[in-house]
Design a protein around this ligand. Structure first.
Ligand code: ADP
Ligand code: ADP
Length: 228
């Protein structure tokens, strides 16, 4: 079983069948890009992995823990970091506070420990100078780099990205993709919903194409992109 395992997942919004019998095994360290038209279920799929969306049928496991409501969900969420399209930062907390919140609450770290770790992460994503500012004072690209640092703060084994560059002005896309590429090279397991084809092609180990709630194509980038 992979570090992320989806077994015959079905998900409905009312009568609408959003995910149709999806099975996927994601190996440790694998970088998987999920592509497909708007409304095909990409975001729903990755949101089921940390149970931000409930699913009705099938099983999802992260690191062999079943993703379901209850005490195990805390363990799953420690292991799974998420980066959102619209950053989802707390506007009334500084950058540093946004990042230390999780480790203090979820990991039970001391404030001092959490701040040391946060500063390291902010160095890594290149925004250490901004740490005492509020998110609203930052550019979109900077905010998303905070979002990535926050997702890393709990030392997750899996990172989920839901169109991390779609809300950015074009000139900021590159700086965020560079950070994601650096992370991919460090061996963290990643699932990335994106419209950045070039990035997917060069960075992903595997491409998954979705259409109308189904996986319609999957394989190594060189196979997928060489098809006529
Ligand atoms: P994608 O990420 O590929 O654009 P989504 O996973 O966001 O697709 O959505 C898949 C389908 O499910 C779409 O048709 C969308 O309208 C529908 N959908 C998403 N969220 C909800 C919701 N909360 N309630 C009802 N329908 C939803
Ligand atoms: P948009 O979604 O309009 O392209 P961004 O994603 O670039 O905006 O920015 C997200 C938020 O950050 C917006 O509320 C925007 O007003 C703010 N913002 C963007 N760039 C700056 C900047 N250079 N200085 C201050 N605030 C900014």
């Amino acid at each position: 079983q992979g570090i992320v395992s989806l077994q015959q997942i079905n998900k409905y919004y009312g009568n609408f069948h959003a995910l149709k019998d999806i099975s996927l095994e994601i190996a440790q360290g694998e970088v998987v890009a999920i592509l497909g038209p708007s409304g095909s279920g990409k975001s729903t799929l990755i949101r089921c992995i940390n149970y931000l969306e409930p699913y009705e049928q099938g099983d999802i496991y992260v690191d062999r823990i079943r993703v379901q409501p209850g005490p195990e969900l805390i363990e799953v969420r420690k292991d799974v970091g998420m980066v959102f399209q619209s950053f989802n930062l707390f506007p009334n907390m500084t950058v540093l506070e946004n990042i230390t919140l999780g480790p203090i609450r979820v990991r039970g770290m001391s404030r001092e420990q959490a701040e040391d770790r946060a500063k390291e992460l902010l160095e890594k994503v290149g925004i250490a100078e901004q740490m005492h500012k509020y998110p609203g004072a930052l550019s979109g690209g900077q905010q998303q780099r905070v979002g990535i640092a926050r997702a890393l703060a709990n030392e997750p084994r899996v990172l989920l990205f839901d169109e991390p560059t779609s809300a950015l002005d074009p000139e900021m896309v590159g700086e965020v993709l560079d950070v994601i590429k650096t992370l991919a090279d460090t061996g963290v397991t990643m699932l990335l919903v994106t419209h950045e084809m070039g990035f997917a092609r060069h960075v992903a180990d595997r491409i998954i194409f979705m259409e109308a709630g189904q996986v319609v194509e999957e394989g190594a980038p060189e196979l997928i992109f060489s098809k006529p």
